[in-house]
Write a protein that binds this ligand. Structure first.
Ligand code: ZN
Length: 273
């Protein structure tokens, strides 16, 4: 569907070769309106200054990626994860991000059922600090191929259920088409997510066949098999009116001229999203 760019956001990791300063300048020059910053892009920088640069460029700071990674087999590592999430909240407050996206975590030596309990406990441990800093948290369910080491939350139903169990207006969900497109319950769970006020953000990219790399083999919208306009329609029917965030991990696209890639992202957004 043809679309203007008023709700287009790009993640800094999508243009990985660019520094956060280059990304801010180039996104703004291309007419992109939103930016999601990955924490690695803040290393060695003052998050307040980065936030100021983002606002000066006319961009909306959409979210900070990423917190989470709560489960571990020993208590020391679990405490370290909570400390890292508290630092993420500090960074979000400094840069002016209203939301932190949580890749909730998993560990091959922790049973999934236990990992899910640890995730909920971790979120509950950091929520008061998030509240004090005016920052919301979003559970991003990840495709089950990542259930060993990245997330024990693999369906939107699980994310919705955990949000309802936690019961705070500060915890919601990020719907990412890459992770959820295969789920036969997706339309129902998106509607449920919206009806409960939990739909905090929306990520887009595409699924390639074959997927050559489980992490960095994502496609640009229109290159793969995900029915992005249909899923976006469900999300909007559920009341979502926030940014459509382009999040692409791709060795192939990172190897290209990033100016040309941004041009292609805008075209793909307008034609295949
Ligand atoms: Zn995502």
């Amino acid at each position: 569907m043809a679309d203007d760019l008023s709700r287009l956001c790009v993640h800094t990791i999508t243009t990985r070769p660019w520094s956060v300063e280059e990304a801010v300048d180039q996104y703004a020059a291309a007419g992109i309106k939103g930016i999601t910053v990955w924490r690695q892009w803040l290393e060695g920088r003052d998050a307040n200054e980065v936030g100021e640069r983002i606002r000066s460029a006319g961009l909306t700071m959409v979210s900070l990626c990423r917190g989470g990674f709560f489960p571990a087999s020993d208590l020391t590592a679990r405490r370290a994860a909570i400390d890292d999430n508290l630092r993420a909240i500090d960074e979000a407050a400094a840069i002016g991000a209203p939301l932190i996206v949580l890749v909730c975590g998993a560990s091959p030596d922790v049973p999934l059922s236990e990992a899910r309990k640890q995730i909920q406990a971790g979120i509950e441990a950091v929520l008061p600090y998030a509240a004090a800093n005016g920052v919301k948290l979003a559970i991003e369910p990840l495709h089950p191929m990542y259930a060993d080491s990245r997330s024990a939350i693999n369906t939107l139903k699980q994310a919705n259920d955990m949000c309802m169990a936690i019961g705070s207006s500060l915890i919601g969900v990020t719907v990412d088409v890459y992770h959820l497109w295969w789920d036969p319950d997706l339309a129902f769970e998106i509607a449920r997510c919206g009806a409960n006020g939990l739909l905090f953000s929306f990520h887009i990219c595409d699924w390639l066949t074959p997927t050559a790399d489980l992490l960095n083999g994502r496609g640009l919208m229109g290159e793969g098999c995900i029915p992005i306009p249909q899923i976006r329609g469900w999300v909007e029917d559920a009341g979502y009116s926030g940014f459509n965030e382009v999040e692409i991990f791709s060795d192939r696209h990172w190897a290209r001229d990033q100016h040309e890639f941004i041009h292609d992202i805008i075209n793909a957004y307008q034609e295949h999203s």
